[in-house]
Ligand binder design. Structure first.
Ligand code: DC
Length: 228
């Protein structure tokens, strides 16, 4: 069934595989909406930590997610600002502490259900590049383009470490590597909506590719589907 605003491009992959950078650029080139589903889990995690809520408590966390207002507001320059209950939290959700907490929070079924409804709604009209862990398997299984991005653990840790350093976060490379490894295991081995490549997804290993190369490849795939 055709969607009124265009196709859906679903990009999933582990942390540091380049999803956000690539998805943002593809969306800009197509004039599509960019949706970062991880930002939603990060926002819920931030709220819980601020309120001193035990993030392992599934019942409380699910209730909290249902009562949380998250808005992803596209900007003219192609970036997106994240609002949590009306407050701009775009930068504060990008710390290693929130990365860790969001990975735990996202393993709860109730939390996923609450955010799934918002994500499905955003994809419904099409014209969307949506990235996360379960976009191609759970949120939009009929997406026209499904991409599974990967890269070696060392390369992903290097990218994340450089990004954190650029933002002034003092952290050792070894710590980033260890935390990524733990997050990979949690995100891939959880019972509900684990990180998986859909059988009909195209896998792109970005380890030795430039951002432009990855963007061009996905852009071409999208153009082919748009004309179908
Ligand atoms: O993409 P990210 O690193 O910002 O995501 C933060 C965490 O949220 C990640 O460790 C797993 C979780 N997540 C998820 O479970 N499902 C998604 N669709 C997106 C993110």
């Amino acid at each position: 069934m055709k969607r009124p605003n265009g196709i859906v491009i679903a990009i999933d992959g582990p942390a540091g595989s380049g999803k956000s950078t690539v998805a943002k650029l593809v969306a800009k080139r197509l004039g599509y909406l960019y949706v970062d589903t991880g930002a939603m889990y990060r926002a819920v995690a931030l709220k819980a930590l601020r309120l001193g809520i035990e993030i392992h408590d599934e019942v409380v966390m699910s209730h909290l997610a249902q009562m949380t207002d998250i808005v992803l507001q596209p900007q003219n320059d192609g970036s997106v600002r994240v609002f949590l209950d009306g407050e701009d939290v775009t930068e504060v959700i990008r710390t290693p502490e929130i990365s860790e907490a969001s990975s735990i929070v996202s393993s709860h079924q109730g939390v996923r259900e609450a955010l799934k409804a918002k994500q499905k709604l955003l994809a419904e009209q099409g014209g969307v590049v949506m990235e996360g862990r379960d976009v191609q398997t759970v949120i939009v299984p009929d997406a026209e383009v499904k991409i599974f991005l990967t890269a070696s653990l060392e390369e992903r840790a290097k990218r994340r470490w450089l990004e954190l350093r650029y933002r002034g976060v003092e952290i050792a490379y070894e710590q980033v590597l260890q935390e990524l490894k733990e997050r990979d295991e949690r995100d891939s081995n959880r019972l509900i909506a684990p990180l998986r490549k859909a059988p009909d997804a195209i896998e792109i290993d970005t380890t030795d590719m430039t951002i432009d190369e990855v963007v061009n490849k996905i852009f071409k795939l999208a153009k082919q589907k748009q004309t179908c």
